[in-house]
Design a protein around this ligand. Structure first.
Ligand code: NI
Length: 166
């Protein structure tokens, strides 16, 4: 079942996610629900804090939203290598209506665990590299707003707070 997506300024988005020590059935279910939530919302990536779980778990599929052909589910993902520089306009399901350009590494190597416990190493470039870095940011309590200019951030915060109050 798909979950509800937490939007800014929900405090869970600012919290550092906990390391997953044991891959229980609950964790596997959560991973499955995140995949469904990501696809249902036409996303190409999702991090557990975005569904209210402060845990280190991400799902990514940059073949989406049109295809569902390149799914990665990573537990405790870690960026182990970063190279180059690229600047892309990004959006986020937790920041409806917000977009900003972010400079990130162009190539990354990410290490983590698959839900079956096997170690996964992903070498990525382009959109996949950007998306992995974006989702790992979520695990560290960081959102796109933290990359935007001060005025743009304040304006969005005002709008988001107003939306929550309505
Ligand atoms: Ni996001």
């Amino acid at each position: 079942m798909a979950r509800e997506i937490k939007t800014y300024p929900d405090p869970v988005l600012k919290k550092k996610g906990r390391e997953i020590e044991k891959i229980t059935e609950n964790i596997k279910d959560l991973a499955q629900e995140m995949v469904e939530t990501m696809y249902q919302n036409q996303g190409i990536g999702l991090a557990a804090p975005q569904v209210g779980e402060s845990l280190r778990l991400i799902t990514v599929d940059v073949s989406g939203p049109d295809f569902r052909e390149d799914l990665h589910v990573l537990i405790n993902p870690e960026l182990i290598e970063l190279d180059g520089e690229t600047c892309t306009e990004e959006g986020c399901l937790s920041l409806p209506g917000f977009k900003c350009r972010v400079t990130r590494a162009e190539e990354v190597t990410v290490k983590g665990l698959a839900p079956d416990g096997t170690e996964k190493v992903i070498q990525a470039t382009g959109l996949l590299a950007v998306c992995l870095q974006h989702e790992i940011d979520h695990l560290n309590g960081k959102v796109l707003l933290d990359y935007s200019g001060r005025m743009k951030k304040i304006m969005y915060e005002k709008k988001a707070t107003k939306r929550k109050e309505e």
